[in-house]
Design a protein around this ligand. Structure first.
Ligand code: SAM
Length: 232
């Protein structure tokens, strides 16, 4: 049984997809997708030997070696043009690492129709990458599991990239519109955290770096509070 987080990632993979799951660890996601007839075939990519071994064992145990290939490679290095991958999933890592994987493997995304990305933190870096690289955010989701809040971003290639406002980059264009209870909880908590940091900075000796950091945090607090207030 998949975690709800991975179940929600799976929900955004269309039927008949050829999937590459990067940073697959135990390969639960590709196994689920193939076992449930969603993915035709899949590649599970892992850069670390331990998780690679556990992915291989899982695929063997599920008797899916005919449909799932486990590859030891960094990022999109696991994907070859002849694989015909249509969907790339990357889940359970920080946004900046997901961004680096996409940026370093850009040329391998040529035939890929959809990216389903689940950053644990800093989703903004992925949204910035999307805008800079001709991918548009077609959907987003936010969910809470075991007291942690996760975001899922669904990207598709477009000819015309839509510019995003600073608040859309930070909080997500779809999630902002949806304005769910979990979304409000996430940003209320983030704001409180930033305010705590700002007030702890008040007692420290003022340096140019500190002043800059304080200004950046205050800017984010203002931005987020404005969004939370507007929709209420
Ligand atoms: N995707 C699974 C999930 O969401 O439950 C596993 C997440 S696990 C926390 C992150 C995995 O990404 C680790 O197994 C790690 O070895 C792998 N990883 C980190 N950097 C990677 C890279 N550049 N290429 C491939 N895998 C990577």
């Amino acid at each position: 049984q998949l975690s709800n987080r991975l179940m929600r990632v799976a929900h955004h993979v269309p039927a008949g997809a050829v999937v590459a799951d990067i940073g697959s660890d135990h390969a639960y996601l590709p196994c689920y997708l193939v076992l449930n007839g969603i993915a035709e075939k899949a590649i599970a990519g892992e850069v670390v030997q331990g998780p690679y071994d556990s992915a291989r064992n899982q695929v063997i145990q599920e008797q899916l070696t005919g449909q799932i290939e486990v590859r030891l490679a960094s990022g999109l290095g696991a994907v070859q043009p002849q694989d015909g991958v249509t969907v790339v999933t990357i889940a359970g890592m920080g946004g900046p690492l997901i961004r680096t994987i996409l940026e370093q493997g850009k040329e391998r995304l040529a035939g890929v129709e959809r990216l389903v990305l689940q950053p644990n933190v800093h989703a903004r870096s992925i949204r910035e990458w999307a805008v800079e690289n001709g991918w548009s955010i077609v959907n987003e989701e936010i969910l809470k599991e075991n007291e942690k809040i996760y975001e899922i971003l669904i990207l598709e290639q477009t000819d015309k990239t839509k510019e995003l406002s600073p608040e859309e980059l930070l909080m997500g264009p779809v999630l902002m519109k949806e304005f769910s209870a979990v979304f409000q909880e996430k940003w209320t908590k983030e704001c409180a955290q930033w305010k705590k940091i700002i007030s702890s900075m008040e007692s420290a000796e003022e340096t140019p770096e500190l002043a800059e950091k304080k200004q950046e945090l205050s800017g984010k607090v203002k931005l987020v509070e404005e969004v939370l207030k507007n929709e209420n």
